[in-house]
Write a new protein. Structure first.
Length: 504
């Protein structure tokens, strides 16, 4: 139950979190950080994990959800549509296992990762799961003849890019598997390259290849990249990750393919510039570290997070602690979960992110992200800024947002409040896409809509309180403050009320 009325009580999770977050200067904030202070119970950063043959079983997915995964990424560089249908069913089955747990049960979002203009190696001879060792200084011949597609070994490597001999020169660098293996071209032929292994390692099948500085003539959006999102629409995916996007028109092309039925699917570009056309940006650190000097990657990451935060866009990163401190919305595991060997990496990533969240200087972020005093604000902007200001002043346990499209919750999250955002919605897609934004805990309400809007509002707020009573944000019996962001008319765009309520 909840009751309206003013209060100055600080929520129990905030009292337990120490005094660092109350400081008004960053240096004082840093000095008050304490390694012995537990972080608040709720987590604010989304965790995206790549699904693969090794990790897509219901049992593995269940463990990944327990470790914090809230977005399952389907890599369409591999597998048939039938294969991905099975993977999607497994995600739904694993999710429903937690139906009786109000904290672990959440709508796990589905992300479709397009193939994009990738260059990949062939299959290792005798087994698609085998690996061969490449030693530094050894000679490796790159072949384009399809006869070698399934016959790669320590001497022969097949690539699927037929023009590689035209765009590389003697002395050019070729990087394999996110740069783990590096080759230098020593000799060119019409349909082959002779290379020397500069940095060796274990080579598996179908690994990505980068050609830094080469004028690769692959289309950014292939026919497969058009057909796969259309399939995703039929499977109710929540977002599409676009690989190696060159320009905004590439994003528009995929949006066109999604059509009217998929118009609400979020499009995330895996590069650091075209944020205006995209719903968010993914900083692909592995590929970025090949295309630009490794020592510049952190700078590109900070630039991207800064621009996206200022524009209110989602930003996803594979780094952990620093990405969280820089206010990244999501962090991503790819090879660690795709190979299936390091599923526990998700749990460790979750723990690191959780600790880093406790060290974020939220007050500074809010002040820098807030519009200037003379800036005109539309009503929904004013209410979301007001909710954030009230949250900081009350040191409350959570911000409750009742939302249909998710826009109100996204607007609140834009300012990176310390308090988690409980977003109550009846739309599964809205619940899934909430994980792309800072600190949103989606609650899916499956009850029918009431004729009286006031009854719906009361019922939905109480639903959020009941979830909270399970111990995620407030503690039972503690007098805390929740900020209710409410629209008194049904539908999108009518959020116009900030309401302070006490939780009993």
């Amino acid at each position: 139950m909840y009751a309206s009325g003013p209060t100055t009580a600080m929520s129990k999770p905030h009292r337990e979190a120490g005094t660092a977050f109350t400081q008004t200067q960053q240096l004082h904030h840093m000095c008050r950080l304490d390694i012995h202070t537990p972080p608040i119970t709720a987590w604010n950063t989304g965790i995206i994990s790549t699904n693969s043959p090794a990790s897509r079983s219901v049992e593995n997915l269940k463990e990944m959800i327990k470790s914090g995964m809230n977005v399952a990424c389907l890599n369409f560089s591999h597998g048939t549509h039938e294969y991905h249908v099975e993977s999607i069913k497994n995600v739904h089955t694993a999710t429903e296992i937690f139906a009786s747990d109000p904290i672990l049960y959440r709508h796990v979002a589905l992300a479709l990762d397009t193939k994009g203009p990738e260059i990949r190696t062939g299959l290792i001879k005798d087994s698609s799961t085998a690996e061969v060792g490449l030693k530094m200084g050894a000679t490796l011949k790159i072949m384009l003849d399809n006869a070698y597609m399934k016959k790669c070994d320590e001497n022969i490597l097949w690539l699927d890019y037929k023009n590689i001999c035209k765009v590389t020169e003697v002395g050019s660098k070729i990087y394999v598997d996110d740069g783990l293996i590096s080759l230098q071209v020593k000799q060119k032929g019409a349909d082959f390259l002779v290379t020397e292994v500069e940095n060796g390692g274990s080579l598996g099948s179908k690994k990505g290849v980068n050609l830094p500085g080469a004028a690769v003539d692959l289309p950014a959006v292939s026919e497969k990249d058009i057909q796969d999102p259309k399939f995703g629409v039929e499977q109710d995916v929540d977002m599409v990750f676009m690989s190696f996007i060159h320009k905004a028109s590439d994003v528009h092309e995929v949006r066109k393919a999604l059509g009217e039925k998929g118009k609400n699917i979020k499009v995330i570009s895996k590069i650091e510039n075209h944020s205006e056309a995209s719903d968010g940006i993914m900083v692909a650190g592995g590929d970025l570290g090949i295309e630009i000097p490794a020592e510049k990657v952190f700078l590109a990451q900070k630039m991207t997070i800064g621009w996206c935060s200022g524009a209110g866009k989602s930003v996803i990163n594979s780094d952990v602690a620093n990405a969280v401190l820089n206010a990244a919305n999501c962090i991503m595991l790819s090879g660690e979960t795709a190979k299936g060997d390091y599923l526990e990496a998700g749990h460790k990533q979750h723990l690191i992110a959780h600790e880093a969240e406790a060290a974020i200087y939220h007050l500074q972020l809010f002040e820098e992200l807030s519009p200037p005093g003379d800036h005109y604000q539309r009503p929904h902007e004013a209410t979301t800024v007001g909710a954030n200001e009230t949250s900081f002043k009350c040191c409350n346990g959570a911000i409750i947002v009742l939302t249909k499209s998710g826009r109100s919750a996204h607007q609140v999250a834009r300012y990176c409040p310390r308090a988690p955002i409980i977003a109550v919605t009846q739309n599964p897609q809205t619940a899934g896409q909430a994980h792309l934004h800072h600190g949103i805990f989606p609650v899916l309400c499956q009850d029918p809509v009431q004729e009286a809007r006031a009854e719906d509002v009361d019922r939905w707020v109480n639903l959020a309180m009941n979830v909270d009573n399970a111990g995620s944000f407030f503690k039972k019996g503690d007098v805390d403050v929740a900020i209710g962001l409410i629209g008194w008319r049904p539908g999108s765009g009518f959020t116009n009320t900030v309401r302070v309520v006490s939780v009993w």
